[in-house]
Design a protein around this ligand. Structure first.
Ligand code: PLP
Length: 408
């Protein structure tokens, strides 16, 4: 008899986005005259930069001729893209990362989800709360947790975020082997300083642990003192894997392109305590289960690093950051404490009430959709997330509606 993977049955059914959709649909039915403005789901709204589109078109034309057609490409990505990434995203910032340490993929979701399979099942994991749910759910599927009780899985070391710690969790008090960190953070928009990140790198080195550093939102950093990459921190090459994505940086959410950095000096250990290269394990995993990103997509991604591409991408991000600044300013003026929005596209707002009630109130009174913080973990209760991913016009209208709603 075929048996299922019973760990899947432990998964807490996430009702977050389906529940939001249900409540929005009910509201729209009752109030069809007021168009709803969505500042909830973290998807971008602007088109790909023109430089990416031009490169995309040209690559499609190459696929139309036998002489320039490309079939299977390297599983790790084409050298032209890996070299552009290493030079622009790392070496230009003084981070010692080389092209052969970069694995191009079709998304940071897949990579942050798949990476855990190269580590032992009894790996002790530390996961922030609130959190991007992929880190947690993929470990549940792999059997690394116990059952779900009172909003938490047994066997997970949760790293609590709060207003007091600015949603930068403290180091774990018990030993852990694999640590998930995400800065700038989704959902909170919190950022980490070099000194704070150094403490995590030192912790990982002392405990022979590995940090999985999700930097999907690094392009939104405005403050020059903040690290864009964990490899700007001394010692990180020995303890960290970094995930990046072109999704939010350049509008690739539907086009799909991202990458993961696995330094060759990063080691994990056999049961007998012998050091083993993590790079070789990930390379083996990718060459076995993944067949590379489409050539035209990689050409489009490489175009981000051209002069025109860089300027267009900056324009896109600047537009979203103007929205973020407006949301933050208006919510603070209304008396709400906020995290994020200065170096990230998300603003995390302390509601002073439970997060679903606040969601309902904003929808009913302002016709604006946000995301209730409780959907990201128990520490998210009492907060909402507002996303800057929308047109400036929509965000301005949403904020004036929210202003009116909360002042009456
Ligand atoms: N990591 C974080 C923190 C995210 O918020 C997201 C998307 O929302 C991703 C990764 C996934 O990115 P991608 O579109 O590259 O799969």
């Amino acid at each position: 008899m075929i048996h299922i993977n019973a760990h899947y049955l432990k998964l807490n059914a996430s009702y977050l986005f389906s529940e939001i959709a249900k409540r929005v649909a009910a509201h729209q039915q009752q109030h069809p005259e007021v168009p709803v403005i969505r500042l909830g789901i973290g998807d971008v709204t602007h088109a790909l930069p023109a430089a990416c589109i031009a490169a995309f078109h040209q690559a499609v034309d190459e696929m139309a001729q036998d002489s320039t057609f490309r079939g299977y490409g390297p599983e790790q990505g084409y050298a032209f893209l890996r070299e552009a990434i290493a030079a622009n995203d790392f070496q230009a910032r003084g981070a010692d990362i080389h092209a052969d340490e970069i694995f191009v993929s079709d998304g940071a979701k897949c990579d942050t989800g798949n990476i855990q399979e190269i580590f032992a099942t009894d790996t002790r994991i530390a996961i922030p709360d609130p959190v991007y749910p992929v880190y947690l759910d993929t470990n549940v599927m792999a059997g690394r947790t116990g059952t779900y009780r009172n909003g938490r899985y047994e066997g997970v070391v949760y790293l609590d975020g709060s207003m007091e710690n600015g949603f930068i969790p403290a180091l774990p008090e018990e030993p852990v082997d694999l640590i998930y960190l995400c800065f700038p953070n989704n959902p909170t928009g919190a950022t980490i300083t070099k000194e704070q990140l150094k403490a995590w790198v030192d912790y990982a080195a002392a405990n022979k642990a590995i940090i999985l550093f999700d930097a999907a939102y690094e392009a939104f950093i405005r403050d020059d003192r903040l690290p864009h990459s964990i490899y700007e921190i001394e010692g990180a090459r020995e303890v960290a894997i970094e995930f990046r994505s072109f999704s939010k940086t350049a509008g690739f959410t539907g086009t799909r392109c991202a990458y993961t950095v696995v330094p060759k000096s990063l080691m994990a250990y056999t049961a007998a305590g012998e050091a083993h290269s993590v790079h070789s394990l990930w390379n083996r995993r990718q060459s076995t289960k993944f067949n590379g990103v489409a050539y035209p997509v990689q050409c489009a991604a490489a175009a981000i690093y051209s002069d025109a591409g860089k300027a267009q991408m900056t324009g896109l991000i600047d537009g979203y950051m103007e929205n973020a600044a407006l949301v933050r300013k208006e919510m603070q003026a209304l008396g709400y404490a906020c995290i994020g929005g200065e170096n990230s596209p998300y603003i995390w707002i302390a509601t002073g009430s439970d997060s679903w009630s606040f969601f309902d109130m904003l929808l009913a009174k302002a016709g604006v959709v946000c995301t209730p913080g409780a959907g990201f973990g128990t520490c998210g209760e009492g907060f909402i997330r507002i996303s800057a991913f929308n047109s400036h016009e929509n965000v301005s209208t949403a904020m004036s509606r929210i202003g009116q709603a909360l002042n009456t």
